[in-house]
Unconditional design. Structure first.
Length: 318
């Protein structure tokens, strides 16, 4: 007699279809679970933001148009990149909360303002008797918090800068920050001396003008951040690709600020003028997204090493 072994049942033999597996999904899940909890939180908030804007809730919108390829990028960047800023910093350096607390405080402030500003204004604008005052107050508070976020980031990065930056970095920092300060003050003066549009109520008109004037605080804080970042160019303790990318993106932002301030006086803005579309695209969404990406590459990491976000433990020997 010969022994026979029972046939092994397979999913195919039983007519059962194996579950569809997305390539890389398991690795992405492991990487996500290996991130610090705060990083996972802001990744989740970015996903919630996309869903809320996609559904048009609370006065938000994606502003994504299939017939306009540029909106495929601008619908998500730099808006969602800014919400992900704390996650990018922690993915690069998981102990950033302890190692660079001011950087993390600033990143969280910027991310929360970017996440909550528009929805909160949409929620509080439902009063038919006074749809202006409360949303405008929310906007002013958001401007101040965003200015605080830029300032905290600047203070945190300043502590990482070399004691004696290169002369070329000092010159470039002066040019970029000077350009941003000039455009901010120009906008501020224009707001003060050019009559504001009349919205039918003197109090509302004055509040709108105050909101526009407060933007100078946010702009000056960002100008200070730009100066601090560019002074760190060439820092041997941080990745060159990160400091160079940050400096280059801020140069683009400054060029755009100057050209978009004085440019319309030289070349009128009419319709979809290609010059202004390209300038606005490169010096706006692209430049700011690149600046945010530099944090993920190590702009705020002077440890000299890439600390893994996923920590594995080897089993103890028997």
């Amino acid at each position: 007699m010969t022994d026979t072994k029972p046939a092994v049942a397979t999913a195919e033999g039983l007519g059962v279809v194996e579950p569809l597996r997305i390539p890389g999904a398991a690795a992405a899940r492991r990487a996500f679970l290996g991130l610090p909890p705060v990083a996972r939180l802001f990744i989740g908030l970015a996903g919630v933001d996309v869903v809320v804007r996609g559904l048009g809730l609370f006065g938000t919108g994606l502003f994504l148009f299939l017939d306009n390829p540029l909106t495929w990028f601008s619908a998500f960047f730099p808006h969602d990149a800014l919400i992900l800023l704390p996650a990018l910093i922690l993915a690069r350096r998981p102990n950033a909360i302890e190692a660079t607390p001011l950087v993390m405080r600033g990143a969280i402030a910027v991310a929360l303002v970017e996440l909550l500003n528009t929805p909160l204004r949409g929620i509080v604008s439902g009063n038919p008797l006074d749809p202006i005052v409360t949303p405008t107050i929310v906007s002013i508070v958001a401007i101040l918090f965003l200015a605080g976020g830029w300032y905290w980031l600047a203070l945190g990065l300043r502590a990482l800068n070399p004691m004696r930056p290169a002369d070329s970095s000092v010159g470039l920092a002066n040019l970029v920050s000077g350009a941003l300060v000039i455009t901010a003050l120009t906008s501020f003066v224009t707001t003060l001396f050019v009559p504001a549009p009349d919205v039918g109520n003197p109090s509302w008109t004055a509040l709108f003008q105050l909101n526009s004037a407060m933007l100078v605080v946010q702009s000056l804080a960002f100008a200070y951040l730009a100066r601090v970042v560019i002074l760190g160019t060439g820092d041997p303790a941080r990745p060159t690709v990160a400091t160079n990318l940050a400096a280059g993106s801020l140069v683009l932002v400054a060029i755009g600020a100057i050209l978009l301030t004085i440019g319309p006086l030289l070349v009128p803005v009419t319709g979809d003028n290609a010059i202004w579309v390209v300038l606005g695209w490169l010096t706006g969404p692209v430049a700011m997204t690149a600046f945010v990406a530099s944090f993920g590459l190590g702009l705020a990491d002077a440890s000299g090493t890439i600390e893994p976000a996923v920590h594995t433990q080897q089993p103890a020997p028997a």
